[in-house]
Design a protein around this ligand. Structure first.
Ligand code: GAR
Length: 195
């Protein structure tokens, strides 16, 4: 059984969907939820689901390497086989990423390689794109880069606001990430394309 740690920064809706999916004959189980923000709503949701959940508050550290050392200590104590970034909003240094490379996944709200970074929904609307979506990829040293493991697409409607488009993409994130994780945990890295 593969051990999965999930890193969050906020409400953790993707974390909940991932954790809920890991039951029955699924080849993985959640062993830890970590947040860089002690106020992240996802921490209590994880505890309610019986998953150990802790915060490593990045504001308590003078620099990024200090924060990452504390994060790494917590992760190593849980000995995860796979780490899922699920709305984790801190940029990780190449050294940290290298330690977990090939074992760390991220979900990003765009059809990568389009719109790396922040404000992806706004940028897609302002560019007049006809479609948008989400990507699950392996994490490498470059931000929002690395081999694509799955994508899901949604249409952009004429009346869309950032909020309506965010909600439409999130529905797909909740399907895509558990789908990719299940395949990845079973050793399948073939990309999956939904809708
Ligand atoms: C999700 O939309 C995820 O794709 C995005 O943050 C949201 C977290 O929501 N991640 C990024 O933007 C990472 N660059 P959640 O906390 O409800 O899962």
């Amino acid at each position: 059984m593969k051990r999965v740690a999930i890193l969050i920064s906020g409400g953790g809706s993707n974390m909940v969907k991932l954790a809920e999916s890991m039951t029955g004959d699924h080849p993985a189980r959640p062993v830890l939820v970590l947040s860089n923000d002690p106020k992240a709503g996802g921490l209590d949701k994880a505890r309610t689901m019986g998953i150990p959940a802790q915060a490593v508050d990045h504001r308590r550290f003078e620099d990024r390497p200090g924060f990452e050392t504390a994060l790494k200590d917590q992760l190593i104590a849980a000995s995860p086989d796979i780490i899922c970034l699920a709305g984790f909003m801190r940029v990780l240094t190449p050294g940290f990423v290298k330690h977990w490379q090939g074992r760390m996944l991220n979900i990003h709200p765009s059809l990568l390689p389009k719109y790396r970074g922040l404000h992806t929904h706004k940028r897609a609307i302002e560019s007049g794109d006809a479609e948008h979506g989400c990507t699950v990829h392996e994490v490498t040293a470059e931000l929002d880069d690395g081999p694509v493991l799955g994508q899901a697409r949604v249409p952009i409607m004429a009346k869309d606001t950032v909020q309506t488009l965010t909600a439409r993409v999130l529905v797909q994130e909740h399907i895509l990430y558990p789908t990719v994780l299940r395949r990845f945990a079973a050793g399948d890295r073939t990309p999956v394309f939904l809708s």
